[in-house]
Ligand binder design. Structure first.
Ligand code: ZN
Length: 90
């Protein structure tokens, strides 16, 4: 999967401009989605990698995604900018 076309925090694909987060100056973020990023900062700054895994799993399960799709999304997470080099990965 192309990681630069997904949110670099939660892995959600950008399918519309409105899904992009907002920088401090009001411009759109090209890295993070609106759920993760507002006014130039993460909406949940204390979130750990394990927290994000749980959120992605729950949300995808809620909208009826298959176990296979969920596993693929979770596999992408460690490659995203927010989690690269995160100590919680170990
Ligand atoms: Zn996101």
């Amino acid at each position: 999967m192309e990681t630069n076309l997904v949110c670099q925090s939660c892995g959600m694909p950008f399918t519309a401009e409105v899904q992009k987060g907002i920088e401090k100056d009001g411009s759109k973020s090209s890295l993070y989605c609106t759920y993760c990023y507002q006014s130039g900062a993460f909406t949940r700054p204390g979130l750990t990698f394990a927290d994000m895994e749980a959120i992605v799993r729950n949300q995808m399960a809620q909208i009826g995604e298959s176990e296979e799709s969920i596993r693929r999304a979770l596999n992408v997470l460690p490659h995203l900018k927010r989690w690269k080099g995160d100590p919680h990965l170990l």
